[in-house]
Ligand binder design. Structure first.
Ligand code: SF4
Length: 323
C-alpha cells in the first residue's frame, strides 16, 4: 500500500493505540486543530511523511514504541517502520500557537467554544517561542475570537509587534476582518490561512452562524494580491454533507484564484459528534481532484513554509504525501 493510501485509512480512523515503551513525551495536548481539548495525539512519520493520530485505547491502529521515538505502525496486514516526532508547540518543527483559546462564535464542528480557554499575553507567547527556538522551522499563530473579529485582529497584531522579526517565517490563520490581509502583510507575515470551512455558502451558513463565506473569499482575494499565489491557504472540511462535485467546485474556486486548499477530513466533535469521518475511498477521490486542481493552477504545496500545509499531519497533501 502506498503512503497516501495508507494515510487515507489512518485519517479515516483518526486514532491509534500505543504499545511498547512509554511514549508520554511524544503526546501533545492541543487547544486547536482536530481533537482540540481531547486526550492527546501523536505524530508518526516515515520517510519524511507524517500523520497525526489521536490516542485511544481501542483503536485498530497500533503504534509500537520501541524506544527513543523508534516505532512501528501496524494496521491490518500493513507494518510501517518510522518515528514518533516530538512536537515543538502543537506540531513538530513549528511553534504553532493559539493566541485565544475561546470563541464567541459557535461553528457546529468546532470544540473551541466549549473549551473556555483564555487569551495568552504577548509576553507569554514570546516566552513560549523562546523555549522552542532551537527546534522550529516556522512560527504560526491562530486564534479563536475573544470579543470581536476586530479585537482579535488587534490582539494578534500586538503579538506580532511584541515578537518582532524572527529568523523563521511567520504564518497567521485567524477569522479575517476587512483590513486583516493588509495589516498582517505590513507586519511581515509571510503566509496567511483564512478558512472557508464549508464547500458551499449554504453549508457554511448552517455550520457557522453569524460568519460570512463571501467575506472570507474577499479576504483570500486581497491576500493573494499581497502575499502572492501559493502563500495563501484555506481549510475546507470534508464530511459536512457536501457532495463530491461541490467539493471539487470549491477546490477549484480556491485554486483558480491562487489559494492552496487544505482539505481537512471531519473530526466529529462538538455539535457534529454523530457525524462520521470520511471513508478512505472518498479521501483518495477528493485528493485526486485536489491534485489536478493544484496542477492546473501551477500551485505547489512543497513551497509552503508555515502552518498546516507544511505540517501535513491531519490531511492528505498532494505534492507532499505523494507526487
Ligand atoms: S495539520 Fe495543521 S492542525 Fe493538523 S497538526 Fe499539523 S498544524 Fe496542527
Amino acid at each position: 500500500m502506498r503512503w497516501h493510501e495508507l494515510k487515507a485509512e489512518l485519517l479515516s480512523i483518526g486514532s491509534c493505540r500505543i504499545t511498547g515503551l512509554d511514549a508520554a513525551g511524544y503526546i501533545e495536548r492541543s487547544s486547536a486543530g482536530p481533537g482540540a481539548g481531547g486526550p492527546g495525539s501523536l505524530f508518526f512519520s516515515s520517510e519524511g511523511r507524517r500523520v497525526r493520530l489521536s490516542v485511544a485505547a481501542d483503536s485498530p491502529i497500533e503504534i509500537l514504541h520501541e524506544g527513543e521515538g523508534n516505532a512501528i505502525l501496524r494496521f491490518g496486514l500493513t507494518e510501517v517502520i518510522g518515528l514518533l516526532e516530538k512536537p515543538a508547540l502543537h506540531c513538530p518543527r513549528q511553534a504553532y500557537i493559539t493566541v485565544t483559546g475561546r470563541c464567541i462564535f459557535s461553528c457546529k464542528y468546532c470544540p473551541v467554544p466549549l473549551n473556555h480557554g483564555r487569551a495568552k499575553s504577548p509576553d507569554e507567547i514570546a516566552d513560549m517561542i523562546e523555549s522552542v527556538a532551537d527546534r522550529i522551522d516556522a512560527l504560526s499563530l491562530t486564534s479563536g475570537v475573544l470579543d470581536s473579529v476586530e479585537g482579535e485582529e488587534s490582539r494578534v497584531i500586538e503579538v506580532l509587534r511584541r515578537i518582532g522579526s524572527q529568523t523563521v517565517p511567520i504564518g497567521v490563520s485567524i477569522y479575517p476582518g476587512p483590513k486583516t490581509p493588509e495589516k498582517l502583510f505590513s507586519e511581515g507575515v509571510l503566509e496567511v490561512k483564512f478558512n472557508l470551512e464549508a464547500a458551499t455558502p449554504a453549508l457554511f451558513q448552517e455550520m457557522c452562524p453569524g460568519l460570512s463565506w463571501d467575506e472570507i473569499l474577499r479576504s483570500l482575494d486581497q491576500s493573494v494580491a499581497l502575499f502572492g499565489e501559493g502563500r495563501v491557504f484555506s481549510n475546507v472540511i470534508l464530511g459536512l454533507g457536501e457532495t463530491d462535485e461541490e467539493m471539487d467546485a470549491c477546490i477549484r474556486l480556491l485554486t483558480e484564484r491562487g489559494v492552496i486548499p487544505v482539505i481537512r477530513p471531519l473530526t466529529p466533535a462538538a455539535h457534529l459528534s454523530s457525524f462520521s469521518r470520511p471513508v478512505p475511498s472518498r479521501l483518495l477521490k477528493i485528493s485526486t481532484m485536489h491534485a489536478h486542481a493544484l496542477k492546473d493552477s501551477g500551485l505547489d504545496t512543497r513551497k509552503a513554509r508555515t502552518m498546516c500545509t507544511l505540517c501535513t499531519g491531519c490531511d492528505i497533501v498532494p505534492g507532499r504525501d505523494y507526487k
